[in-house]
Design a protein around this ligand. Structure first.
Ligand code: ATP
Ligand code: MG
Length: 400
C-alpha cells in the first residue's frame, strides 16, 4: 500500500453559489497546468473535493507546487480504497504506521455516501479498535491526538488521509478577470501583484523604462520579478514602455514640484491605453499611504484624475514591515533590493510637492503638448512573455 493520491480542499469556493462550477474547473485547469512537468499526474474532481492521482510520481514535489496555487485551502496525502470495511481498515493502519512520532491518534470519519452501511460514528469505533489491536503503545486521544486519521467515504471510493498541509487560500487565478500591474523594480509592486492574484486576478505587467538612464539590468530585474510571480499563476505578459523622451520633456518643461506627479499621470494614461488595447479592465499598483511625496492622499487624488479605470491598491493600508514580510515569503524581496536604478530614482525632483492639486496639474499640462510623445511611447512598447519555465534561456520569450 502507498499514498497514491493528493486530496485537495478548496474551502472558500464553496461559498460561491452558482459560480462554483466555473471556479472549480479553473482550479482544476490551473493545477493540471502547474503539474505539466509531472506528465502522469492527473487532476480529478469529485463532489466538494479534488484529487491529484500521482500515478507513480513522488508526492513531495507535487505538494510543493500545489502549495503555491491560489484557491487551495489545504492538501493531504491520501490512500484510495474501495468502499469495503476491510480495505479501509488496512489503509487506516497504513496511515497510522506511516505517521512519524505518533503515540496518540483519533479517527474522524465522514460518510458522504449514505448507502455505505456504517455510520461515521460506527466507522470511528471499528477503525479505532482495529488500530489499537494492531499496534503497540499507541493510544486514542480524541481531544489532542498526535495524528488524526481522516476517512472520507464517497460514492466512488474511500480516501484515508492523515497530515494536513496548508495551501494559500484565495481564488483560482483567472476567475476574477485581468489587471495591468504597474511593475517597478521596487519591493511593493510585486507584492501588490501577488495579492491581486490571490483574489483570482490574472495579471499582465507594464514597466516604464528610461534607457540609457536606466540600464538593461534594471529591465531584467523587472522581468525576474515578473517571473517570480508566475510561480503563483500563469505566464505574465510584460509591456516595456520606452519612457525616456517623455520623462525628459516632463522634467524639462514642468515645474520641479509637479514633475513627479505629472510623470505618474503619464504612466496612468499610457497604462490605460494598454488596458484598452488588451481588453483589461483595471490597473494594480503598489501605492501605499505613506508620507513620501508620491504617496499622500492629495497625490493619489491628483494622479488618479487621469483615469476612470478602477485602480487596485492592495497595499494601501499596510505597514512597510508587513509588505516586506510578504515579499520575503513570496520570494521577490532579494530581487527587489538589488541596487539597479529605476526611472523614478533617476529623475528625482529637488522638492516634490507633497500636496499636489488637480487644477494645478491640469494647468501645467496644457502648457506643453505631450500627445506626440505619448503616442511614440505607446508605439515603442516591447512585449515579452515571461513563463515559469526553469531554464533561463527560454525565460523571456519576445512576442514581437
Ligand atoms: P515600489 O516598491 O513598487 O517601487 P514605491 O514605494 O517605490 O513602490 P512609488 O515609487 O511611489 O512607490 O511608486 C508607486 C507605484 O507606481 C509602484 O508601486 C508601481 O506600481 C508604480 N510605478 C512606479 N515606478 C514604476 C515604473 N518604472 N514602471 C511601472 N510602474 C511603476
Ligand atoms: Mg519604486
Amino acid at each position: 500500500m502507498q499514498y497514491d493520491h493528493i486530496l485537495i480542499r478548496y474551502g472558500e469556493m464553496a461559498l460561491k453559489g452558482k459560480n462554483i462550477k466555473k471556479f472549480i474547473i479553473k482550479l482544476q485547469e490551473n493545477i493540471q497546468q502547474k503539474l505539466k512537468e509531472f506528465p502522469a499526474a492527473k487532476v480529478k474532481r469529485t463532489q466538494g473535493r479534488m484529487f491529484v492521482l500521482l500515478n507513480g510520481h513522488e508526492p513531495d514535489p507535487i505538494i510543493e507546487k500545489c502549495k503555491n496555487i491560489f484557491g487551495i485551502q489545504s492538501l493531504s496525502l491520501a490512500v484510495k480504497v474501495e468502499n469495503e470495511v476491510e480495505h479501509i481498515k488496512e489503509a487506516a493502519l497504513f496511515a497510522l504506521k506511516n505517521a512519524e512520532n505518533a503515540s496518540t491518534f483519533k479517527v474522524s470519519s465522514r460518510r458522504i455516501n449514505k448507502n455505505f452501511p456504517l455510520r461515521s460514528q460506527e466507522m470511528n469505533q471499528v477503525l479505532g479498535g482495529h488500530l489499537l489491536s494492531h499496534t503497540e503503545g499507541i493510544l486514542v486521544d480524541v481531544h489532542n491526538p498526535d495524528i488524526e486519521i481522516k476517512v472520507e467515504t464517497r460514492l466512488e471510493a474511500t480516501y484515508i488521509t492523515s497530515s494536513v498541509v496548508s495551501g494559500l487560500g484565495g481564488l483560482p487565478v483567472g476567475t476574477s478577470g485581468k489587471s495591468l500591474l504597474l511593475l517597478s523594480g521596487g519591493i511593493d509592486s510585486p507584492v501588490a501583484g501577488y495579492l491581486a492574484m490571490k483574489r483570482g486576478v490574472q495579471i499582465e505587467a507594464i514597466h516604464f523604462h528610461s534607457p540609457p538612464f536606466t540600464s538593461e539590468r534594471a529591465k531584467d530585474k523587472v522581468l525576474d520579478l515578473a517571473k517570480q510571480l508566475t510561480k503563483y499563476g500563469t505566464s505574465v505578459k510584460v509591456h516595456i514602455v520606452p519612457f525616456t523622451k517623455l520623462q525628459q520633456e516632463i522634467f524639462r518643461e514642468m515645474p520641479d514640484g509637479y514633475a513627479m506627479t505629472i510623470m505618474r499621470r503619464m504612466m496612468m494614461r499610457i497604462s490605460q491605453l494598454v488596458c484598452d488595447k488588451e481588453s483589461i479592465l483595471s490597473m494594480t499598483t503598489g501605492e501605499n499611504l505613506g508620507q513620501v511625496a508620491s504617496q499622500t492622499m492629495e497625490s493619489m487624488n491628483t494622479i488618479n484624475e487621469v483615469t476612470n479605470y478602477p485602480v487596485i491598491r492592495p497595499l494601501v493600508t499596510m505597514d512597510k514591515t508587513e509588505i516586506i514580510a510578504i515579499s520575503k515569503k513570496i520570494g521577490t524581496y532579494e530581487t527587489s533590493i538589488l541596487p539597479y536604478e529605476d526611472c523614478c530614482t533617476i529623475f528625482v525632483p529637488k522638492s516634490p510637492k507633497t500636496k499636489p492639486r488637480r487644477d494645478k496639474a491640469n494647468q501645467f499640462e496644457t502648457k506643453t503638448d505631450f500627445t506626440q510623445l505619448i503616442e511614440e511611447a505607446v508605439s515603442g512598447i516591447e512585449v515579452m512573455k515571461v513563463t515559469d519555465k526553469k531554464d533561463i534561456e527560454s525565460k523571456f520569450e519576445d512576442l514581437l
